[in-house]
Structures are given as structure tokens and as C-alpha cells.
Design a protein around this ligand. Sequence first.
Ligand code: IPM
Ligand code: MG
Length: 373
Amino acid sequence: MSASKHIVVLPGDGIGPEITNQSLRVLDAVSKKFGHDFQYSFGLIGADAIDKTGDPLPQQTIDLCKNADAILFGAVGDPKYDQDHHAHIRPEQGLMRIRRELGLFANIRHIVSHPSVSHLSPVRPDLLEGVNIVIFRELTGGLYMGERHVSEDGKTATDTSTYTEQEINRIATYAFQLAQKRKRRVTLIDRANVLETSRLWRRSVHSMSSSYPEVELEFMYVDTAASQLITNPSRFDVILTENLFGDILSHEAAVLSGSPALIPSASIGNNTAFFEPIHGSYSAAKGKDIANPLGSILSAAGMLEYLELYAESAAIKHAVKWTLENGFVTKDIDPINFYFTSTIGEMISDRILQASSDPLIWENILMRKSTII
Ligand code: IPM
Ligand code: MG
């Protein structure tokens, strides 16, 4: 059955626009193959929005997103702000505000190792066997979202972390529900021997766990979790944690896979959802057509799943797997025999439009290789 969807696209900064363009190309191939109608609207966010409007999240972007079926986001960040420790307006504020405006409370990052890139992982191959972790990071509370203050003399600064039981239960429900379909273990990561908010997390999640008797709940301190992720990553199944710990641990876990550039993520709210690669804006590569578009393309696949277009999502994932297995990869994965960002996008789109049983036409494929262009 053909579907009509309104997708808001926020390309953002750095490599955001070029990787997002490849996702759009892939989505166009999907809509053509499956007969859907995807309408796109584009919005400003991040440094790009500051340059054009003075605001990292203009009201127009918020209004667009509130009316979308789903949102596809690239990245925000610009070195000129990273180097300016006095800047009050920052690109990242755009992302934090859109999370708040849309009530995107659960950020979900699924870490699996792709065999074709696992040799790039800094962790020993025997430790990586069977790694398959889903991280639920709470996104609307904690230090990231709390009130901040700097004293008048600029010599004292304060950030605050607040959580409510309702916020904790809201995301914990999702973690338990997913755990039921997986290995039935949830690890709550916190600092309950130090932080009051962590103790609230433990009490709330513990009392909720009685509704899911078949799911084992374990508690782990964040420092232990940071080392276990490297020394024994396959012990984890579903991780549930607050905003800042989830940020740090998900970036750590992404390295296990061999290439964080391949990891997509979804941020879920009550009325909409937001899809983005977990990597940042990588400004040094901007405009060079060398960035890896797979994190964004796989985020687009996640978006289709959210829109209940399952066969369409699977078609993207198969085509991505096909590129990886055949060594059609960007420079970050193979610095010698690499393909450009746009070539990878084109190959994936072509693959989706072809019957997957078609043989490879090596001559045509080799023509696209960066080293002989
Ligand atoms: C991420 C990003 C953001 C975050 C930044 C850009 C604010 O690193 O989605 O992990 O840490 O929330
Ligand atoms: Mg982060």
C-alpha cells in the first residue's frame, strides 16, 4: 500500500548536509521502488541557523517539526564556537531545545559490530564476539537540561541535575518492553552511591521491574560500566541510563563496533521521532565528499521502521550491508581504496532499485572508485 509521509530534514552543520543528501537520495530510491510519496521540508538548526537568523533554533524550524511525521537530522557544531569559551549562543543549543520542544525523551542507540569493520575496533576481536547492546539514554532531564548559572564575577559556575519519577518511568517502560524481546536483562547505570537523582532512578526502576518479572534488572555504577564496556562488552543487553551518562557511554560503546560512523540513533517523543547518526559535524571534512554517509542512511532506515514501512527499511539495511561486504566504503574505513560519500549514496540507491539478485557489474563499479577518478 502506498504511503504519503511528511519528513522534515534538518541538515545542520559540517558534514551534516552532505550525508543527509545521500539519505534523501536513498529515500527517493525507496519511494520510487515501493510507490510511496515522501514530502520533504527543510529547516535550519545549529551554526547554520545562527549565521542566517541569529538563533540556533528558529521558531519556523520548531513549527515545521511539530507537524512532521518524522524528522531526519544531520549534525550540529562548528569549531569557531568550540574555540570560543565565552560564546553564549551555541549551535548545540539548537539540538537541546528541539529535544525539549518535541519532548524527545528517549534516545536509542543500538551498538552491533559489523564484521566488515570490526578489525578497526581498538578492542580485541575475542571480546567483541556477540556484542549487541541497546542503550536507552534519557534525553530531557539531568545536567544537560538543568538550570545553569555563572556568578557575576564569572568565577563560579553551576549546573543542576533534576529528574522526576514520571520522567524515569516513561523511558524505563520502553527499556523493559524491548528487553522482553531480547535477552531479558536491563542494566540501570547510575552513581547511586553519590547522587540523589541516581537513588531516585534506582527506586523508580526497581519498583517498575515488578511488572516485568521475566526481565532481570541489575544496577551498575557508571565508573564500573565504563570499564566493563571495554573489558566485557558482551555482558550487556539493554542499558538504561540518564542523559549525561548515556551520552558518554554511548559514544564509548560506539567505538566497539569498529566505526562509530555507522551507528544510527533514534530519539523518540510522544508525538514524533527524530533520527540522526551519532557522529558529530566533523567540520574538517566538510564539502570534501569523504564523510561516511552510512550512519545517516541507517538512521533513515530506522525512520522508515518507525513509520511502519518495514520492507522499505530492510531494503536499505540490505543495500548498506552489501556495500560493506563488497568493500565499497569511504575513506575512514579504507584510506587507500575508498569511494566518495556521494558514490556510496548512489550505489546504495541503485542497489535498492535493482533486484538484489542481480550480479555485480564490476567494471561499472570500479569506474566509481575514488582512486581512479
Ligand atoms: C549526541 C551529541 C549531542 C549530545 C551534542 C551535540 C549536544 O553529542 O547526540 O550525543 O551529546 O547530546
Ligand atoms: Mg554526545
